[in-house]
Design a protein around this ligand. Structure first.
Ligand code: IPE
Ligand code: IPE
Ligand code: MG
Length: 244
């Protein structure tokens, strides 16, 4: 079924990079008197739908915020469930993703995740490494401030070793050292579940990103809401500080 917004969007002016803060899994479940874990499970289905829809309409890059550096504050059972779900998702979807020429990328320090997650991720990155279709970037154990701190430390080390000097440090150098150094900044950021904040997501990268907030809980996210976001993005006039 072709949705209303889908008929309205200009397929020639799609965002090059869509980033999504997938929020509201817990509330979705609570509203249905179910445990939060059920919300995460349903959220995985929403993720699957979103990846498929974006790949189908040929969005070049899709980034999703899956686990933040602050999410470790949650109860261990929830954290463990999320890690388990991640492995389950990758294992279940990897062949389909690969078949669809999708290339998996991870943003964030996944070296501290449980060992099964690391091997599953490494396998997925390796398997899809030569794919030329959509880049599917998963932000995992990701926090923007930690990412920027890491860049500062790397630059300090470069200065100390003489490889860089204070006057050669520029935005390009910083960009190149971010986890996202090999991809352009998001054009469109979608956050579900009504929260109007960024929760430490890509703070440097979204300097000029168009923001789209929706009340829709992540497990209810579907093609129509995605197309609504893209349509809304296409109505905006991006000026980047200049004039039209
Ligand atoms: C998003 O849903 C998933 C993660 C942050 C991993 P939440 O778990 O934050 O759901 P709410 O915000 O509590 O409803
Ligand atoms: C942001 O959602 C993190 C992810 C979606 C992974 P949170 O639910 O953690 O954000 P806050 O705590 O409401 O700001
Ligand atoms: Mg939340």
């Amino acid at each position: 079924m072709v949705s209303k917004y889908e008929e309205m969007i200009d397929i020639k002016k799609l965002p090059r990079h869509i980033a999504v803060i997938m929020d509201g899994n817990g509330r979705w479940a609570s509203q249905k008197l179910m445990p939060r874990t059920m919300g995460h499970k349903a959220g995985m289905q929403a993720l699957k739908r979103t990846v498929e829809a974006c790949a189908e309409i040929k969005i070049p890059i899709l980034s999703v915020y899956a686990f933040s550096t602050e999410n470790w504050k949650r109860p261990a059972e929830e954290v463990n469930y999320l890690m388990q779900l991640l492995v389950e998702y990758i294992e279940k979807e990897i062949n389909e993703l690969h078949k669809n020429n999708i290339k998996i990328k991870i943003t964030g320090d996944y070296s501290t995740l449980p060992r099964v997650c690391i091997s599953s991720i490494n396998n997925a990155i390796e398997k899809t490494g030569n794919n030329t279709g959509m880049i599917f970037n998963i932000a995992l154990n990701y926090g923007s401030r930690k990412e920027i701190l890491r860049v500062v430390q790397q630059i300090a080390a470069q200065v100390k070793s003489g490889k860089a000097s204070p006057d050669t440090i520029d935005e390009n150098l910083i960009n190149s050292l971010l986890y996202t150094g090999d991809i352009p900044d998001p054009d469109l950021l979608i956050r579900t579940a009504g929260e109007m904040r960024l929760s430490n997501f890509m703070l440097w990268q979204i300097a000029y990103t168009e923001l789209f907030f929706t009340q829709c809980m992540w497990p209810d996210f579907n093609r129509e809401v995605l197309m609504n976001a893209i349509w809304s993005y296409q109505q905006r006039e991006r000026r980047f500080g200049g004039l039209k």
